[in-house]
Each structure stands twice: as C-alpha cells, then as structure tokens.
Design a protein around this ligand. Structure first.
Ligand code: HEC
Ligand code: HEC
Length: 224
C-alpha cells in the first residue's frame, strides 16, 4: 500500500512538470503542413519507410514506427535530437538539417498518413499480468492513456504496437546519462524509469508492443 501511495505522489509531481514543459513547448510553434512534409520525407524513408528496418549503431534494434504518431510529439522529439538532449548519433545528424518548420511539416505528414494496417501478429511471449501490475504501480496510463494509444497530450507519444526492441532501447536511454551516443535527457521519463530494473523494462516493452494501436511502418513503394 505504502509504495502505491508514494508512486501516486511522484506521478502528480511529474505531471505538473509535464504540463510546465508542454506549455513552454507550445509557445510559437509553427503549424505543420502534411503535403510539404511529404516532400521533406525523402530523407527519412531509407530507414523509417522500410518495414522491419534495423539500425546497427550504437545498438541493434528496429527503427521506431512513425506513421500514425502524434505530430506534436514528432516535432518535439526532432527538436530534442537537434539540441542533443537525445543523443542517438544518426538522428542527431538528420535533425541538424531541419528547420522548425520542417519538423512541424514532417510531424503533420506522419500523423496524417494513418495507415490502419492490421497489427503484426508475431510477438514474443508476454507476461501480461506482471506488466499490468507494473503499469498500475508506476502510473504510466496517467500520461500515455489506458491503452497506450491515446496519450493525454498530443506532445506525448503513442506507444501501443511500437516495436518492443525499440521501446526497451528507448526506456534504457532514459536511465543513461554518462554515454556519448546513448541517452535521453527528458526529466519526466528519467523519473519514471529510475526505479525499474532492466527485467521490468523488458516486461513493459513486450507488453506494450503486443497492444493494438495506430502506429505502423508504411513501406514507401506501397504508399505511393
Ligand atoms: C539512418 C537511419 C535514419 C534516418 C535516415 C532517419 N531516422 Fe529517425 N530514427 C532512426 C533511429 C535509429 C531512431 C531511434 C533513435 C533513438 O534511439 O532515439 C529514430 C528515431 C526517430 C524519431 C523518434 C521517434 C520516437 O518514437 O521517439 C523521430 C521523430 C524520427 N526518427 C524522425 C525522422 C525523420 C522525420 C527523418 C527524416 C527527416 C528521419 N527520422 C530519418 C533512424 C533514422
Ligand atoms: C508524467 C507523464 C508520463 C508518465 C507517467 C509516463 N510517461 Fe512515458 N513519456 C512521457 C513523455 C512526455 C515522453 C516523451 C519524452 C521525450 O521527449 O523523450 C514519454 C516517452 C516514453 C517512451 C519513449 C517513446 C518513444 O517513442 O521513443 C516510452 C517507451 C515511455 N514513455 C514509456 C512509459 C512507461 C512504460 C511508463 C510507466 C512506467 C511511462 N512512460 C510513464 C510522459 C510520461
């Protein structure tokens, strides 16, 4: 009981922080144009437009699904790579080339390209009961939504159906502060994952991958 109580208080504190960050982020952000974003997407499809494409450095995992993701979250994430708050080297290099308007346009493009494809069926075996207990204890739904597909803010990511190996890699990155090419500085998620073991992060990642949501990778040739 006691741990539940503490984690509720912690969630309230990070929620306050989340909204402070959010109102800051929204100030003066340009409106995105999906058609313009489609033109700017050429640089992205070599990785994000190939179903199951894996990156090999600094670690091996599938690249995240972007189609169907929230526009504002995409623009926010790109700005974090540009500022170096997210350290992934290839995404840092990509983000250096983008203006604030490019980021907004690309976000609008990926959000609008809702593919409504059937979720891939092949999942690793998951321990759903253990995962649900962790989700309740940590209060993930308070921000990401009960189904991990309707976050409380468009600046927060949809997670349901995202690649599990990527989710695990991202969660580990919020625990990492001392490496050159790995790490994410977001204080909200850093606080969330601080108390969780690698095994618990794996359990969460597999569970969230098994949920059905809007996210997909669209093979570019099929999408034209
Ligand atoms: C060389 C391959 C590559 C290219 C090209 C590339 N990306 Fe990425 N992208 C990645 C990888 C790998 C990640 C995961 C990085 C991490 O772990 O933070 C990623 C992450 C992202 C994320 C964060 C997603 C999330 O769920 O947080 C966004 C947004 C993104 N890319 C957008 C783009 C856009 C827009 C372009 C084109 C302008 C692009 N990427 C080009 C490989 C690539
Ligand atoms: C207080 C709000 C809040 C809570 C609670 C929260 N998150 Fe998050 N989450 C966020 C925000 C905001 C981001 C985007 C951070 C960034 O910009 O890097 C995020 C990002 C993530 C990402 C990276 C997604 C991607 O596409 O790269 C994962 C995975 C994630 N959260 C999982 C969880 C899990 C699992 C829990 C529960 C243990 C949780 N979150 C609890 C707000 C929250």
């Amino acid at each position: 009981m006691k741990t539940t109580h503490i984690s509720r208080a912690a969630v309230a504190a990070v929620l306050a922080l989340a909204f402070a960050t959010l109102s800051h982020a929204q100030g003066g952000a340009p409106a995105g144009n999906a058609a313009a974003g489609e033109q700017k997407n050429a640089m992205c499809i070599g990785c994000h437009g190939i179903v199951g494409y894996k990156t090999g450095f600094p670690d091996v995992h599938r690249v995240p699904k972007l189609y169907g993701q929230n526009a504002q979250y995409i623009a926010t994430a790109l700005a974090e790579y540009q500022r170096g708050e997210r350290k992934h080297p290839s995404m840092r290099a990509v983000a250096q080339t983008l203006s604030e308007q490019d980021m907004a346009d690309l976000g609008a493009y990926f959000e609008a390209a809702k593919p409504h494809l059937a979720a891939a069926a092949a999942h690793e075996p998951i321990n759903a009961d253990a995962a649900k207990a962790l989700v309740d204890k940590a209060g993930c739904s308070g921000c990401h939504g009960a189904d991990f597909n309707k976050p409380i803010s468009p600046a927060f990511p949809k997670l349901a159906g995202q690649h599990g190996d990527y989710l695990y890699y991202a969660l580990k990155a919020y625990q990492t502060a001392d490496k050159a090419f790995v790490g994410r500085g977001n204080p909200i998620m850093a606080g969330m994952v601080k108390q969780l073991s690698s095994q618990e992060l794996q359990t969460l990642a597999h569970y969230i991958e098994s949920l059905t949501g809007d996210l997909a990778t669209v093979q570019r040739s099929r999408f034209r």
